[in-house]
Every structure is written in structure tokens, then in C-alpha cells.
Ligand binder design. Structure first.
Ligand code: PEP
Ligand code: MN
Length: 333
């Protein structure tokens, strides 16, 4: 349920109303816009007398929020959220290019790729240290050493870094990581989501391989319900009957998520398509459809990559793509 307060309501009047609502065992989420303040009520709102609440002098309207996601809901927070990491901002008109290898493989590799993508205009460096692989015999990532190397690449380039967490037991290793990624396979690992909700780190939450947009938003809600509102949603393709591409990129997720939620939406065309040649056209389409950022895999030598070489761009291809993305963004505004 939301209560929209009339403009001109004083902070004292708002605090008084919030107190009263909290006495009904409700959590109250306050969203202050330039003109209006919205109170989002979470909990058993059946106890609230809507007529009484609507009749209060400072209350403009009261509405029930039918969707099960509350804090992620745009009705709770009409202003688009912005996530800031270092010099990069994502959301509400701010756009970020996130680039880097699927996996950190060596100091030389990550420093080379980091330097190249920075020069090409990337805002954030990606790189997997803990890798969720289908086969237990495949390269599993450099783990803690991989994170250390990413931190070195951050020092060398100034780029904020993003890397995936698979197990909450490793959280301490992520202290110098700017954005923690929850991968597609862990989108519904609710224990992990709740623990990440107790941190204040920005979280990039990827859509699961076969999950609906509502399920993605419910997973964001798990993190937010523990107090962490710094979430970026990521569309990375879903499994369909099509096998030519690795997954099927659901571009309509971008406007749908923007309509339903205030959280920024980033698109990963690399895991969506699985083929380097398809990455630029899908990245451009995502930029045209209003994405708040693009995350692409870039490798200095894709043919020798330990993971996801076929979908990795070279630094030169990334530089070319980045120039085109900026043109599309301007044109689409
Ligand atoms: C990744 O970004 O490295 C990754 C494993 O992606 P996803 O979880 O989308 O498969
Ligand atoms: Mn990958």
C-alpha cells in the first residue's frame, strides 16, 4: 500500500504519521520527491483503515500495491534510482559501459585488458574470479587470487570493478570490490540474497536462465528487504527452444523493468548470444531500447581464453562498439 502526501506537508507531520503507521507493526519506506512524498507501507496492511488514512489532512491518495514486489516497485519510488561507483553512475539517464574478460586468468591478462578497455572508454571493469561452470572439470576461476588481481587492475586504471560471488562465506574477499554480481544461476539463492541485503555494496543481479521478470524483481526484493537498496538488474538472455544463440536476449525486459521498477537495468549481450559477432548489434539494440548500461566480455586473445572465448570481443572491437553505443544513445534520447 502507498500513501501519497500532499505537497507542503511538513517533516514533523510526516514523522507523526510514520510513527502512527509503525505502531501498526508496519515498515514504512519514505520516498521524497521534489514535489511529493510517498510512504510505502510493508507488512500486513489489512489492519489499515484506508478510509481513515485517506481522510487525513496531509494525505492526497492511498492505493493498494497489487504486485508482490514492494521496495523494488516504481509505485514506491517514482524517481529512477542511480547507483554510483567511483566515477561511474548507472540509472536515471546515466549510462555505464562495463567490460572485461569472462575470467581473470593472470596478472598480465587482466592488466592488459583493463588498460585497453579503459582507453576505449569503459566505465567499469568486469572479471570473474569465482566461476559457476557447468562442468566440475572446467576452469573454476582464480578465486581469491583473481580478486586480488582485479584490485590491482583497479589501482592501475582507476576503474571500479565488478565480480561474481557464489558463496556468502567468501564475502570478506569482496571488500575492495565495487559491485558484487549475483549470477544467473544464483538469482534464486535466497540465503545468498538475504546476506547481501545486509551489506551496503551495490549488487548486480542477473536474471536467471528460466526466470520471469516478476521473479527477478522478487529476488531484488529479497536484497532490499534486508536494507540494501543498491541494486542493478541485468538481462542476460533466457533459455528458449532456439539453440543457434546461447540464450535468447529478451530486449523487452528493458522497458518492462523500467515501467515496473525504479532500479537501473543493464544488458549483457555476451552471455545472451554466445557469439562475438552478435554482441555489437545486440548491445546497440539494448542501448536504443533504453538500457542504463551494457556489460560485455572483452579478451586480449579470445582464441586462447580459458572461458567464453567465442563470445569475447577484442579490445579493438570493443572500442568500435563503444563509439557506436554513444551515437545510438544520443539518437535515442
Ligand atoms: C558472468 O557474467 O560471468 C556469468 C557467469 O554470467 P551469467 O550468470 O549471466 O551466466
Ligand atoms: Mn562468461
Amino acid at each position: 500500500m502507498i500513501a501519497v502526501l500532499k505537497s507542503g506537508t511538513t517533516p514533523e507531520q510526516t514523522a507523526h504519521l510514520v510513527d502512527w503507521l509503525k505502531h501498526m507493526d508496519l515498515d514504512v519506506h519514505i520516498s521524497e520527491g521534489q514535489e511529493i512524498t510517498i510512504l510505502g507501507l510493508i507488512g500486513d496492511t489489512s489492519k489499515v483503515d484506508i478510509e481513515l488514512l485517506s481522510s487525513l489532512e496531509i494525505v492526497e491518495t492511498v492505493k493498494r500495491v497489487s504486485e508482490p514486489f514492494k521496495q523494488a516497485n516504481r509505485k514506491f519510488n517514482p524517481n529512477s534510482s542511480v547507483i554510483t561507483v567511483g566515477n561511474a553512475k548507472i540509472g536515471n539517464g546515466h549510462f555505464a559501459m562495463i567490460a572485461g574478460p569472462c575470467s581473470v586468468e593472470s596478472e598480465e591478462q587482466i592488466i592488459q585488458v583493463a588498460t585497453a578497455v579503459k582507453e576505449a572508454g569503459a566505465d567499469i571493469l568486469r572479471g570473474g574470479a569465482f566461476k559457476p561452470r557447468t562442468s566440475p572439470y572446467a576452469f573454476q576461476g582464480m578465486k581469491d587470487k583473481g580478486i586480488q588481481l582485479l584490485v590491482e587492475a583497479k589501482k592501475a586504471t582507476g576503474l571500479p570493478i565488478i565480480t561474481e560471488i557464489m558463496n556468502i562465506k567468501t564475502l570478506d574477499l569482496f571488500e575492495d570490490v565495487d559491485i558484487i554480481q549475483v549470477g544467473a544461476r544464483n538469482m534464486q539463492n535466497f540465503d545468498l540474497l538475504q546476506e547481501l541485503g545486509k551489506t551496503h555494496k551495490p549488487i548486480l543481479l542477473k536474471r536467471g536462465l528460466a526466470n520471469t521478470l516478476q521473479e527477478l524483481l522478487m529476488s531484488a526484493e529479497y536484497i532490499m528487504s534486508e536494507g540494501n537498496e543498491n541494486i542493478i538488474l541485468c538481462e542476460r538472455g533466457i533459455r528458449t527452444y532456439e539453440t543457434y544463440t546461447r540464450n535468447t536476449l529478451d530486449l523487452s525486459a528493458i522497458p518492462v523493468l523500467h515501467e515496473l521498477s525504479h532500479l537501473p537495468v543493464v544488458v549483457d549481450p555476451s552471455h545472451a548470444t554466445g557469439k562475438a559477432a552478435l554482441v555489437p548489434p545486440m548491445a546497440l539494440a539494448a542501448a536504443a531500447a533504453g538500457a542504463d548500461g551494457i556489460m560485455v566480455e572483452v579478451h586480449n586473445n579470445p582464441a586462447c581464453a580459458l572461458c567464453d572465448g567465442p563470445q569475447s570481443l577484442t579490445p579493438d572491437q570493443f572500442a568500435k562498439l563503444n563509439r557506436k553505443v554513444q551515437v545510438i544513445r544520443e539518437a535515442a534520447q
